[in-house]
Write a protein that binds this ligand. Sequence first.
Ligand code: PGA
Ligand code: ZN
Length: 431
Amino acid sequence: MPYIENIEALEILDSRGNPTILTIVTLDCGIKAKFSVPSGASKGENEAIELRDEDKKRYSGKGVKKACAIVNTKIFPFLKGMCALDQIAIDTKMIEHDGTPNKSKFGANAILSVSCACAKAASLYLKLPLYKYLGGSFARVLPCPMMNIINGGVHADNSLDFQEFMIRPKGAPTFSEALRWGAEVYHTLKGILKAEGHITSVGDEGGFAPNLRSHEEALDLICKAIEKAGFKLKKDISLAIDCAATELYDKKTGYTEIKKKALKQNFKTRTSEEQVLYLEKLIKTYPIDSIEDGMAENDWKGWALLTKALGLKVQLIGDDIFVTNPKFLQRGIKEHCANSILIKINQIGTLTETIETMHFASRNGYSCIISHRSGETEDSIISDIAVALGCGQIKTGAPCRSDRVAKYNRLLVIEHDLKTTAQYIDGNKFS
Ligand code: PGA
Ligand code: ZN
């Protein structure tokens, strides 16, 4: 049996140049596996806690030396000698020793780094690709990529309030073709932006970050790029947005056009009802089949309104509201909020809980979209999880920047590995 012989963590940098944890697990047979943890910018308030040093003299307080020390001196001693194949036991032990509801004692970054590195070590021991170790012999569904080609919100210093404008190459015959279609649209969009005098610098997730007048202008440009690249709107490629509405919401004032407000321009605010109407108008005008965080995490009533209005027409993904946590998803199911959940491994903090949340969502008819964070590393475990669970959708940024492309490239390798048994399935039933 593959016993855990050593666990060591060190501080490295993520794609934004902020510190994060890299953990290396060594088995008694000499096998080593590592995992590095991603980090969000538009975080849900109920996410598991990311432990930072708060020492202003280093990395503006963002260092993770304390979390590394927790892995090395607190977590390693009680996991030493455990069998790396016992993933549930390993994760449960960490949850128990942490003892807090939000992993604030050890930090979800410390715990997740160990959880994922152990799974990777176990798969190496069994000489199985990670997606087969996690998903078994029948894992063969490649997900529809949701590629964020225009960035806004807190991911870009531009004029757009909504955080993500994505394309979904759902009509492609295979994953590799879907990726090609997406990349071709991305490059065509760059040409259009350039020709129309916009900047073509990119945001945190590799999408362009132009200063546009409105969300509609962003959607128009994307539609233009899709057609110019030779694809049919809706049939070949549909659109998706992540409003990240938590960032725009205040209980007293409602949903505000925050970037216009910051620039002291004329800005609008919308009530929850008006926000629903606004989104309804967008889906009538554009081939959008997926809206993430259309409402804010604390606006449960607004979420129920949105779901009542659009829940039978379009995929409504809960990110901040559910934070990959079955407790919040349970409330969402009860109160008829959303019909889909975004899955981010560091929102909950262990692989076991991530997979449990995905099973729970599926049992209740909610689709699952496995997702990166805006601050990423070169690790591609989310690609393996997507195929292992066969959820049919992945959100991992533009086809640009190595931290994003690593995930797409991993899916290409998995597709190659599966040969003719690979299936490309879009998990969005509204597409
Ligand atoms: P985050 O954004 O990683 O900055 O939280 C991603 C998202 O909101 O989906
Ligand atoms: Zn989101």
